[in-house]
Structures are given as C-alpha cells and as structure tokens.
Design a protein around this ligand. Structure first.
Ligand SMILES: Cc1ncc(COP(=O)(O)O)c(C=O)c1O
Length: 379
C-alpha cells in the first residue's frame, strides 16, 4: 500500500524488497539460488541491437529527440504493422524510457490534460506500477475486479468511478497471470471506455509471447494507447526503451509534455531498439526458449501440487497450491529448496493464493530447481 496523507507521500517498500529474506534462504541451497522472482530477461542481447548501438556511439552525440528519432518511430510503426496488421503513422508513435517510466507518469500527464477527472482504473491483480502511477499523480487508484479467467470485469466498475476516471489500464498478455485478450475483448474495452470518455492504456509489453497477436489498436485508435517495450521482446531491459502508439491527439499531447520534462531515450539505445524492432528472427528464438521453459516448469511444479491456472502467455506461470496454502507459504517452501518466486499478493490482495514464476532462468538452472524440489526442503 502506498501512503499519501497530510504528512506527505512516504514511498512504500519496493515490492521485490519484500523478498530479501526469502532470497537469503534460497541462496543457501546447494547449487545456489534459482531466481524466478523478477521478470528480468537472462538471455542474450540480439546481435543486430548490439551492432546498432556501437555504430551510434561512433557518430556525433547531440541531444536525441524526446519523441524518438524518425528511425525509431518508423521501426515501431513498421513492427506494429508486421505483428498486428495495423497501420499507424509514425507520427502517432512516440518513445518512452522503458514502459515503466510511462506507466508511472501517465496519470500525472493525463490529469494535467483533464483536471476534472481524478481516478485511475487498473486490474485488481496487476503490475504494481499502475497503482503507484496513480498515487504519484495524487489520483484515486481503483482496482477493477477480475473474472475467473483473470480478465477485467467492466460490469463491476462503479459508474461513479467511471465518471471520474481519466484512465483505464488493461494488460494483455498479462503480468502476473499470463492471461491474453483477443480482438473481441479489446473491442469491448474500447467501446466501454469511449462511451464514458475514459482513455484506455493497453500495456502490451508481452505481446510477442502470446499464442496469437492481439492489440487494442484493432479496435480503432480513437481514445486508446498501446504501450510496448523492447525489454522482454528483445532482452533489452537494461537499455530502457519502449513506445506508445494510438490516438493522434493523445500521442501529440503526451510527447509535447514529455519533451518539456526532458524525457529522452539515449541515442545509442534508440538505434539499438530500432534495429531490434526491425528483426523478428531473434524473437522467434526467444519465444521458443520461453515455451520450452514453460512446458518443463509447469509440469515439474504440477508434480508438487502447484497448478498453473493463468493464461497461455509463456513468460510467467501463475501457480496456486492445490492444498490451499497461501502464496507466501508456497514461496517460503520453494525458497527452502533454492527456488525464488513472487508471492501473488505483490500484485494485489486478490493474488494472495498464488505465486508468480518468471521463466527467466536457463533450462539447466530450472532443472536444478525442479530436482531440488523433488528431493524436498531441509527441515
Ligand atoms: C506489465 C508490465 N508493464 C511494464 C513493464 C515495464 O517494462 P519496461 O519498463 O522494461 O519496458 C513490466 C516489467 O516487468 C511489466 O511487467
């Protein structure tokens, strides 16, 4: 929970810092920790990205355009067309310094644009920065309940909250549940929001790891933003590059405002990200890695009563203990065998019966973790 009261904002502990004690336990296991808690990629940087960053370092180094270089915006627009079959003009695409930065700052900028609204709606089990971005903007953060498939229940949103809403966040493929959306679901979200004058921001940073490509942009660009990242797609989380695309008026408001705030993606990073967005071969390799890990770990955990009951996206498993333990009890048990996972309540109270397993370790480490689980935790 974040705190904003008369005494001023006090930052809460960072979610993953709550895992420090469990990490110490896992580190003590023979063979060391297998860290599947944070979704930080472990796989190689694509060669095209490395070469482009190096070439850019050799060129002159003036300030980069805050909205993104023409090459970056064109590469992002071309990728949207290849991946989703949707044409978006490069002028309707702009850069962000990784999508966490955009998620954290969007409510603030939308509130400046429309001070008559003060509420951010976000999925009740979700990436914690949706709530934090609202808090940092001085907005009300209102969770939207999820159905049994971990999809937001638009019918459960109070109309009084909807009237005050600046923004509705959706996230598909979803962190932490791996749920996915199709065109019909996106169309329903866009229609709900348009009827109420609410902006939809659709965080699609795991889009490459869904069985079928899908984007909010298929519902038309009016009032919507799709948010994308090269962090997961191209193993470039350390580079910090993402982009947002959609409604022309919204994109230009945001890029003009962000320009004043000095938000810029460094030139070599833009070059690397543009090159990565132009290449799909490394993404196919990455998709195969996550698929293989998912199959292995899903089956291995199921043997120990930990059942994945999320969706088909391949980056995370969302496992529930069959015997009904809470997420912290499961995470503690796994940590004693050296496997570190995230208790589901890091993503909201409704996640408390689950753990999230990020498949960001190589197969040999995952096999080690499963072997140790089979032997059992020391008592
Ligand atoms: C749902 C979601 N959105 C956004 C991000 C931020 O990614 P980045 O800032 O690296 O683009 C993450 C990172 O884990 C995420 O899970």
């Amino acid at each position: 929970m974040a705190h904003a009261d008369a005494a001023g904002f006090v930052p809460p502990p960072y979610p993953y810092e709550r895992l420090d004690a469990l990490a110490l336990v896992a580190e003590a296991a023979p063979g060391g920790i297998v860290d599947c808690s944070i979704g930080t990629p472990c796989d190689p940087v694509p060669e095209v990205a490395r070469a482009a960053a190096e070439a850019a370092l050799g060129a002159s180094m003036g300030y980069p355009p805050s909205a993104g270089t023409p090459a970056y915006r064109e590469a992002a627009a071309a990728w949207i067309e290849r991946r989703f079959g949707i044409e978006v003009a490069p002028a309707q695409v702009a850069a962000c310094v990784g999508t966490k930065e955009l998620v954290g700052s969007l409510p603030h900028l939308l509130r400046l644009r429309d001070p008559s609204r003060d509420t951010v709606l976000y999925p009740a089990v979700a990436y914690p920065t949706y709530e934090m971005g609202a808090t940092l903007a001085g907005c009300r953060a209102v969770p939207v309940p999820l159905d049994e498939e971990w999809q937001p229940r638009l019918d459960a949103i109070d109309e009084a909250d909807a009237r005050r809403a600046l923004l509705l966040w959706v996230n598909a493929p979803g962190n932490p549940t791996s749920s996915v959306a199709d065109a019909a679901r996106f169309a329903a979200v866009a229609a709900w929001a348009r009827r109420r004058g609410v902006v939809v921001a659709s965080d699609e940073c795991y889009a490459e790891f869904a069985p079928q490509p899908a984007t909010i942009l298929s519902a038309g660009l009016d009032g919507v933003l799709a948010v994308h990242s090269v962090s997961k797609r191209s193993n470039l989380a350390g580079m910090r590059a993402g982009f947002y695309a959609g409604d022309g008026d919204l994109v230009s408001y945001l890029l003009e405002t962000r320009k004043h705030a000095g938000l810029m993606v460094p030139t070599p990073v833009q070059a690397a990200a543009a090159a990565a967005l132009g290449d799909d071969v490394h993404v196919a390799d990455q998709r195969a890695r996550y698929d293989e890990r998912r199959t292995l770990v899903r089956a291995g955990l199921a043997e120990h009563g930990l059942v994945h009951d999320g969706g088909p996206m391949s980056f995370y498993l969302w496992a529930r203990a069959a015997e009904g333990d809470g997420g912290w009890a499961v995470a503690e048990r796994l940590a004693r065998t050296g496997l570190l996972v995230s208790p589901g309540d890091l993503y909201g109270p409704d996640g408390e019966r689950h753990v999230r397993v990020a498949l960001v370790q190589p197969l040999d480490r995952l096999r080690l973790a499963l072997d140790r689980l089979a032997v059992g935790a020391p008592t």
